[in-house]
Ligand binder design. Structure first.
Ligand code: GSH
Length: 207
């Protein structure tokens, strides 16, 4: 059995989307990640003293992990799915996975901080970071014009990594327009049962 400590943020959703897509049984523990670390579940804090979600404990293998990137790769390796073994195909998937986890997230994080955590951020500063994010999403769009999924013909862990981050920026995409291939991909990936189920985890937020 797997325990997942999570919340409905893009990092948490990456873990639950993977678990749902792979059909692995798990228990979810909703965490209020903004709360004082002293109030967070002890089992989770033992794995990740920083107190950030997601945290995954796999009792079958004895592995305990934080970091959504590592959790996604671990689940792929455990099941042999969504991350090819063949070196060239694997390198392509890891390239797009790195693109999501470093380039795209480095652009979305400032937008989150400037619009949700800080008040009265001047509009040009927000627009600057939105334009930076759109440059990266434009890169994904160009790739998705060439291949159905980020790393080629098959859906991979890289697509599941990008999905919650791109889906959470739907309003920006609607305002800016363009990126037709990314929109096609968002519809297709979002229609998958595993993705839809993963996006709704945990059902009830922690308080
Ligand atoms: N690099 C980490 C980031 C994890 C992270 O920042 N989680 C946030 C929620 S999305 C959190 O728990 N923040 C509260 C804290 O750090 O105390 C990952 O990919 O899992």
């Amino acid at each position: 059995m797997i325990d997942l400590y999570s919340a409905r943020t893009t990092n948490g959703l990456r873990a639950s989307i993977m678990l749902e897509e792979l059909g692995l049984p798990y228990r979810v523990h909703a965490v209020d990640f903004d709360a004082d670390n002293a109030t967070k579940p002890a089992e989770m804090m033992a794995v990740n003293p920083a107190g950030s979600i997601p945290v995954l404990i796999d009792h079958e293998t004895g592995v305990s992990l934080s970091q959504s990137f590592a959790i996604m790769l671990y689940l792929c390796e455990k099941t042999g799915r969504f991350l090819p073994q063949e070196p060239v195909a694997r390198a392509q998937v890891l390239q797009w996975m790195s693109f999501v986890m470093t380039d795209v997230i480095s652009a979305t994080h400032p937008i989150f901080v400037l619009t949700s955590e800080l008040k009265d951020t001047p509009e040009p500063i927000i627009r600057h970071y939105e334009a930076r994010l759109m440059r990266f999403l434009g890169q994904a769009d160009a790739q998705l014009g060439r291949t159905p999924f980020l790393a080629g013909d098959e859906i991979s862990v890289a697509d599941f990594a990008l999905y919650p981050t791109a889906a959470f920026r739907q309003k920006l995409l609607d305002r800016v327009g363009g990126v037709p291939n990314l929109r096609r991909w968002l519809t297709e990936v979002g229609a998958r049962q595993g993705v839809a189920r993963g996006m709704a985890v945990p059902e009830t937020p922690a308080h």
